[in-house]
Design a protein around this ligand. Structure first.
Ligand code: HEM
Length: 557
């Protein structure tokens, strides 16, 4: 055999043994490499702020209870990127995701991701099993009901709704009354809660809730407010309670409804009042000659039909049959709850930012007043709409939504993740049952999307051409690539109404009043996450936003 000498190589390279050993070693390295890259990633390998988490509460108190909201969440995003692991109660590994590609995938793959079955069940205990948030978002019933209700909140229909103007007038009267019987300080938070209750009543159901006029509204409004309070996780024990409840078997959950606790009493009252209210609404539909009014007529055009009508609906039995009585009536309360507080708080933060930036407020006012003179529609107002977009971005009314994976799947990523073992991954495998917090607020503050000043309130970002559809990473939600209204099958039903309300209320407010803070007053307000993003008075710990309000003189603008 010919011997070939290879410098620094101790063996004969072509000896059969050497060749065999080399081949085996090579295959083992190859297999090890393959195993290392292909092996299923364990969620524990995703880095995140888990080391300091308490076993009992995990990172949830930092995430959910910190004031101002987001103090930790936005820091974690900066440190770990838009995908990280954090701890829930009892040290459960949870994922926090605000990566654009992953969020888009989660929201749009309705078959693989939705609320956890227990959460949906709890929602059904509150609103009924046919309410949209209680139905599986990939299911036939959810799609059918959503399709039927969506046109009621379409822009053209909302713009033609004269009742919105009536709410305008009420608002103005309320502020004028307030200003005449007190000094110029007004708690704008409570006013806007009432205004948005009245608007959703008028627009959605042709109902007068009279919340502005009576400073609180009737028992329907009150019971909706009470049920909203139940949902706010405002203490460690509430977080723990919710976590335990979310793991209980259905039978135990249902039997909890018979416990003699104040929470259960509030729920019962809410269900009784809502059912009476929705039933009465539907009855009015039948008793008027003008055809369907109330829920069906005002909110849902003719094509909303009933498949199993109670007696009083028999008059309409020839209409196409698409929705049952329960399917219509159970949306009523869930729409009020989903649409009122969210919009109220978006508006409160919009006023907060106007009061904080007086020169910017003057610009918005000038534009609105000139447009009112010229009869220009709100959609054309650059400054006003920039203010609304920036408010929705910076103060996301719904900062987080939760999803659970219904099967093993793989999430696309916009940016790679380096795992704790040093592996770089371009896709994120998700196991069935994994709980995910989708960071809508974090997405809206992601510097890779919104630039280095993502953490600054800067409405000019919407005016100076910094963003075009090309510069933004594909659409997540329905509006300006913001995640504020979510997307996919669970996209917010009332996002157009919310925008219209914001345009209407803000135009009316800035053209009639000037908002400002007394010295030091703005530092007394922090944000808190309680279902939606609330302004909270630092001293009292209660939701409120006190601002100085001064009427605008006729010659100003
Ligand atoms: C600024 C105001 C609003 C914001 C930021 C907002 C945000 C959202 C978000 C993020 C979701 C998805 C929740 C999730 O997937 O967990 C949602 C769902 C929903 N929103 Fe809104 N919303 C607003 C106003 C409204 C209004 C005015 C209505 C009235 C019609 C409304 C009705 C609903 C309903 C019924 C759902 C449930 C949809 C479903 O489960 O398919 N929202 N909203």
């Amino acid at each position: 055999m010919v011997q070939i000498a290879i410098p620094f190589y101790p063996f004969n390279a072509f000896h059969p043994w050497t060749l065999t050993l080399n081949t085996i070693a090579f295959c083992m390295i190859l297999l090890a490499g393959l195993w290392f890259t292909r092996r299923k990633l364990r969620v524990q390998e995703i880095p995140g702020p888990v080391d300091d988490a308490s076993w009992l509460y995990g990172n949830l108190p930092e995430l959910l209870l910190t004031q101002p909201y987001g103090k930790f969440e936005f820091q974690w995003q900066e440190k770990y990127g838009p995908v990280y692991r954090f701890k829930g109660c009892f040290s459960e590994d949870l994922l926090f995701i605000s990566d654009p590609a992953a969020v888009r995938y989660i929201l749009n793959d309705a078959k693989s991701f939705d609320f956890s079955p227990n959460r949906a069940f709890m929602v059904s205990m509150i609103f009924g099993k046919d309410a949209l948030p209680a139905l599986h978002n990939g299911g036939e019933a959810h799609r059918r009901i959503k399709n039927a209700f969506s046109p009621a909140f379409a822009l053209a229909r909302l713009q033609s709704c004269n009742d919105l103007k009536a709410v305008d007038r009420l608002m103005e009267q309320y502020l004028e009354r307030k200003l005449s019987d007190s000094n110029a300080t007004v708690d704008i938070y409570h006013l806007l809660q009432h205004v948005t209750s009245d608007i959703i009543g008028e627009v959605g159901f042709g109902q007068k809730f009279n919340a502005v006029e009576t400073n609180g509204g009737d028992k329907v409004v009150q019971s909706h407010q009470n049920v909203l309070l139940l949902g706010s996780r405002d203490s460690k024990s509430a977080i723990l309670g919710e976590s335990i409840v979310s793991h209980l078997p259905r039978i135990v959950l249902s039997s909890m409804l018979y416990l003699p606790t104040p929470t259960v009493r509030t729920l019962h009252d809410f269900r009784t009042i809502s059912e009476e209210w929705a039933g009465a609404l539907l009855r009015t539909c039948d008793s008027t000659d003008a055809g369907l009014v109330g829920l069906v007529g005002m909110c849902i055009p003719d094509y909303l039909r009933l498949s199993s009508p109670p007696d009083f609906f028999l008059a309409n039995k020839n209409k196409n049959k698409e929705l049952s009585f329960d399917e219509i009536s159970q949306q009523a309360s869930s729409i009020v709850v989903a649409g009122q507080d969210t919009t109220a708080n978006a508006l409160v933060w919009a006023i907060y930012e106007l009061a904080k930036w007086p020169e910017w407020q003057d610009k918005v006012r000038k534009e609105v007043m000139e447009a009112q003179g010229a009869g220009t529609g709100s959609d054309k107002l650059e400054y006003l709409n920039a203010h609304i977009k920036e408010t929705l971005r910076f103060h996301s009314s719904v900062p987080i939504t939760e999803r659970v994976a219904f099967n093993d799947t793989v999430l696309p990523l916009s940016r790679t993740i380096t795992t704790s073992s040093g592996r770089v991954i371009t896709q994120l495998p998700i196991r069935k049952g994994q709980m995910i917090y989708v960071g809508l607020a974090s997405y809206n503050r992601n510097p890779h999307i919104w630039g280095p000043n993502a953490s600054t309130f800067d409405p000019f970002r919407w005016i100076d051409g910094r963003y075009s559809s090309e510069s933004l990473p594909g659409s997540i939600g329905p509006y300006s690539n913001l995640a504020s209204f979510a997307g996919g099958a669970r996209i917010c039903l009332g996002w157009r109404l919310a925008l219209l309300e914001m345009q209407l209320v803000l135009s009316e407010f800035v053209s009639k009043f000037r908002f400002s803070f007394a010295p030091g007053q703005q530092n007394n307000v922090v944000s808190r996450f309680a279902l939606t993003l609330l302004p909270v008075d630092v001293e009292s710990g209660k939701p409120s936003l006190s601002v100085l309000v001064q009427p605008i003189q006729a010659h100003e603008g």
